[in-house]
Design a protein around this ligand. Structure first.
Ligand SMILES: Nc1ncnc2c1ncn2[C@@H]1O[C@H](COP(=O)(O)OP(=O)(O)O)[C@@H](O)[C@H]1O
Ligand SMILES: [Mg+2]
Length: 299
């Protein structure tokens, strides 16, 4: 019997995820062994430079693309072994996706309410309209229900997109650069709205962005570099004598089989290469370069 590993109960589990794109004779490795765990009810951000694999990861989690190797599981659905019918049902009711471009989120010739009704195709007509209005109210757009996207501001369009993503009550909302086309004040409003939704309904929210400012709105930010998760920053508010302060702490990530990636700066500072010595202490593990110790050098 295999022993339970930490993370088995997480809502999003990625183990050693690989995605290779073949373009003509070239192979592009977009994800090269990515590990990620997200608990139900979390709101977290994934940041990384352009081309680091963020959209590739989101497309896989959204059921729009399949990994070349590795495992991905979301809310009990194994994304590597989903048939077509399960995939369609998964995309309709388990995940909601918000894209950067409003044009990809909304149909231009439908009103805000009609856009929100679209994913509710399986509901009865009267129920659809009621639900759409309720969702628009939740994102602060009750008075814009009959407007078409071109009569809404960029921020309002993304609010409608959030309502669309929430329409079928998904367990997980995925957002790919949702504020990429918005100014910083409007971006902050959108992040706050997502935070309210997360707090009120417990929907898990994963935001992918190259905007490092997102970290100010979430408790946990995971950085991906070259198609792999590299470090994680956790923020918490600490209550001190002279008020409260936000404390941010950076961590290295340990994957589910125990692999640890050292930050490049640490590797360079100690000129680590190929092998390191590990020493287990009572409360920590030491990492030493594989050079003769002073004692050995003297002999
Ligand atoms: N459909 C595709 N075909 C070929 N290469 C792709 C495709 N999608 C992404 N890539 C490549 O994979 C890498 C990661 O891309 P992407 O996931 O879009 O990064 P990000 O969203 O972080 O900017 C890039 O080198 C990109 O060119
Ligand atoms: Mg992208």
């Amino acid at each position: 019997m295999s022993r339970a590993r930490y993370g088995d109960s997480a809502q999003i589990v990625c183990d050693n995820l690989v995605r290779i794109f073949k373009v003509a004779d070239l192979e592009v490795v977009a994800l090269q062994g990515l590990d990620l765990l997200v608990d139900a009810g979390e709101m977290m951000a994934i940041v990384g430079a352009s081309g680091s694999g963020k959209s590739t990861l989101l497309n896989i989690l959204g059921g729009l693309d399949a990994p070349s190797a590795g495992r991905a599981r979301v809310a009990g659905h194994d994304l590597t072994a989903m048939g077509r019918r399960e995939r369609t049902a998964y995309r309709r009711s388990v995940v909601g996706v918000i894209w950067q471009q409003a044009a990809r989120n909304l149909l231009p010739y439908l009103t805000a309410a009609e856009n929100v009704e679209l994913p509710l195709i399986l509901d009865r007509r009267a129920a659809r309209r009621g639900r759409a209005l309720e969702l628009l109210d939740r994102v602060g757009l009750a008075d814009r229900a009959t407007h078409r996207p071109d009569r809404l501001s960029g921020g309002e369009q993304q609010r409608v997109a959030i309502a669309v993503a929430l329409a079928n009550g998904p367990a997980v909302v995925l957002a790919d650069e949702p504020t990429g086309e918005l100014d910083s004040a409007t971006s902050a409003e959108i992040f706050e709205l997502m935070r309210t939704i997360n707090a009120e309904s417990g929907t898990t929210i994963v935001i992918v962005t190259h905007d490092a400012l997102v970290s100010e709105h979430v408790a946990r930010t995971v950085r991906i570099r070259d198609g792999r998760t590299s470090t994680e920053t956790r923020r918490r508010t600490e209550q001190g004598d002279d008020g409260s302060a936000v404390v941010a702490e950076e961590f290295a990530l340990l994957d589910r089989v125990g692999r640890l990636q050292l930050p490049r700066a640490h590797i360079e500072a100690l000129e680590l290469s190929e092998r390191v010595r590990l020493r287990l202490e009572d409360d920590h593990v030491g990492v030493w370069p594989d050079r003769p110790t002073d004692d050995e050098a003297e002999r």
